[in-house]
Design a protein around this ligand. Structure first.
Ligand code: SAM
Ligand code: SF4
Length: 325
């Protein structure tokens, strides 16, 4: 009863526009498993109140695959690990336009161009700009990008090209980061987020859970996201890729996954909170429960190096639980 009352009080604070204190957020993040249902339900009510019934559905295009210079231990596209994943360089604008057109027809609201590199070279950046211009001219779908580190001029150019949102993930807690990557730092990632925001781009950021971090570190990441207050949070659940150092990592219990989504909703009531990579693999219900526990976005039709549910199947799942695709 006492815990239920505490969760309700936190919810009332959110509804009245008062943020939670650090201590309250910490207590919420550590409520006993037996109260998780109450936490999830209150997070769902916050989602519906601030965001309605709509689920943000996005499709990705991995425009540059594999052979990345960075050593992120979870990533099947790092050149440091032998993962057997095919490699390809940037496709022609025409090829991407066709895929973006298909995504639009399948009901996706946004189309995100993702590249497996540390940062775009000047030449590749120009190619990506051409791709974006053609999508704008021929398709008319909201374009987002995830192109690694940016410099100011590049961020400004993306803004001029009407790119709505820039994705760049923190990946994990600051205290865990050096264990999962040594070729760049947490500050490097924060810096690109600042450059993107200063250029007027909306932000999408988040990370991966299930890397072997502690609950306290998931809380640390949550608080960093709350500080940044991005328009969109993206949470991946680790897909252990054979050949990477995390290939044998054990799966996170479902309760820990629900816990982080629900608390992020309390802290970021207005943001899109997206269930990203690992949704189909780690969640038996493909995300039904999370979409009723704080999340209000999904990526459909596959990810960067692996397939996923078809758009139609995801749309049916969303409608089945009374939400709008
Ligand atoms: N290279 C750029 C970067 O690191 O910012 C952009 C692309 S990166 C491939 C896109 C995101 O996919 C990563 O930031 C990470 O959060 C997610 N990701 C990569 N490998 C993953 C895995 N095995 N399981 C879950 N998510 C993963
Ligand atoms: Fe490269 Fe991005 Fe993968 Fe890290 S997460 S290895 S930067 S593609």
């Amino acid at each position: 009863m006492k815990v239920q009352k505490f969760i309700k009080e936190c919810q009332e604070k959110v509804f009245s526009g008062n943020g939670l204190s650090f201590e309250e957020a910490h207590e919420l993040f550590n409520i006993p498993d037996e109260n998780l249902k109450d936490l999830a339900q209150c997070a769902n009510e916050i989602t519906r109140d601030f965001n309605g019934q709509k689920v943000d559905v996005e499709q990705l295009n991995n425009i540059k695959k594999n052979a990345c210079s960075e050593d992120c231990t979870f990533c099947g596209q790092s050149a440091f690990f032998d993962t057997g994943i095919e490699t390809y360089q940037l496709p022609s604008p025409e090829e991407v336009v066709l895929k973006a057109e298909k995504a639009k027809q399948e009901g996706a609201e946004s189309y995100c161009l993702v590249a497996a590199w540390r940062e775009p070279s000047p030449k590749d950046f120009e190619k990506v700009c051409k791709i974006i211009s053609q999508i704008n001219n021929k398709v008319g779908i909201s374009v987002e990008c995830s192109l690694g580190f940016l410099i100011k001029e590049q961020a400004e150019k993306l803004k001029k090209l009407n790119v709505k949102r820039y994705n760049h993930n923190l990946e994990t807690a600051k205290s865990k980061f050096s264990e999962i990557c040594t070729t760049h730092t947490y500050e490097d990632r924060l810096n690109t987020l600042k450059i993107a925001r200063d250029a007027g781009l909306e932000l999408c950021t988040g990370g991966i859970i299930g890397l072997g971090e502690t609950r306290e570190q998931r809380f640390e990441l949550t608080m960093e996201l709350a500080r940044i207050y991005p328009e969109e949070v993206t949470i991946n659940i680790l897909v252990p890729v054979p050949g990477t150092p995390l290939e044998l990592q054990t799966q996170l219990p479902n309760s820990e996954i629900v816990r982080i989504f629900a608390v992020i909703r309390f802290l970021l009531p207005e943001s899109v909170i997206k269930i990203s990579g690992g949704r189909e693999l780690n969640l038996e219900d493909s995300g039904e429960e999370l979409l009723q526990s704080g999340a209000n976005g999904i990526i459909t039709s596959g990810y960067l190096t692996m397939g996923g549910n078809e758009a139609k199947k995801d749309r049916e799942m969303i409608e089945k639980i009374g939400l709008k695709a």
